[in-house]
Design a protein around this ligand. Sequence first.
Ligand code: DC
Length: 229
Amino acid sequence: MRKITVAIDGFSSSGKSTMARALARSVGYVYVDSGAMYRAVTLFALRNGLIEDGKVNRDELVNALDDIHISFAPAGADGVQHTLLNGEDVEREIRDMKVSSMVSPVAEIPEVRRRLTAIQKEFGLHKGIVMDGRDIGTSVFPDAEMKVFVNASAEERALRRFRELEEKGEKADFDRVYQNIRERDHIDTTREVSPLRRADDAVELDNGEMTPAQQMEWLMRLFAERSRD
Ligand code: DC
């Protein structure tokens, strides 16, 4: 079996992170959640007054990029990977609605994308990595041996996100969650730099009707095929 690079892209809340994390754990690969990196930059901007009245101060954020250091570290009893912003564990905070509602305009900024894409490429230098996001198969790892594009309806995805927020004990309003997903879909697919789209050589998976076990079986089959010497 050769070591490969796995790129998993898809719409917001399509379950791609859960799939990517499970695959990485099962095959002993490194997992990188690229969305968490865009979320961490957004949190930095919110905390430092670089977003006011829902508007991102692009110039100031671009100037501050050198002050933003993002890393990942295992945390908690289960050793699940957490996102660190300048050394601080921000895993919980980056999933807040406040961050979710501002992350797409931040991820649209070309300099932000360029910076994060360069870091992501470095993570993948030695292969043996599963990365999920929006442009992994198209921009970050265009040569990845395994590319998956995950899809599910906006309603299904909003429902999943709503349940996730409820489980975490956060107050959530379904309509707001649904609207946020629709808005992010729109911005993610229409932005100028590396918009969300299926790479020509990606295999599409509509997981709307699949159980986690079925998704895993599907992924493992493709992984075995693509990593065969
Ligand atoms: O996967 P997520 O919902 O945590 O991603 C958060 C945001 O980051 C999403 O609105 C789009 C953006 N993103 C991106 O533009 N490119 C990536 N590779 C990953 C995420």
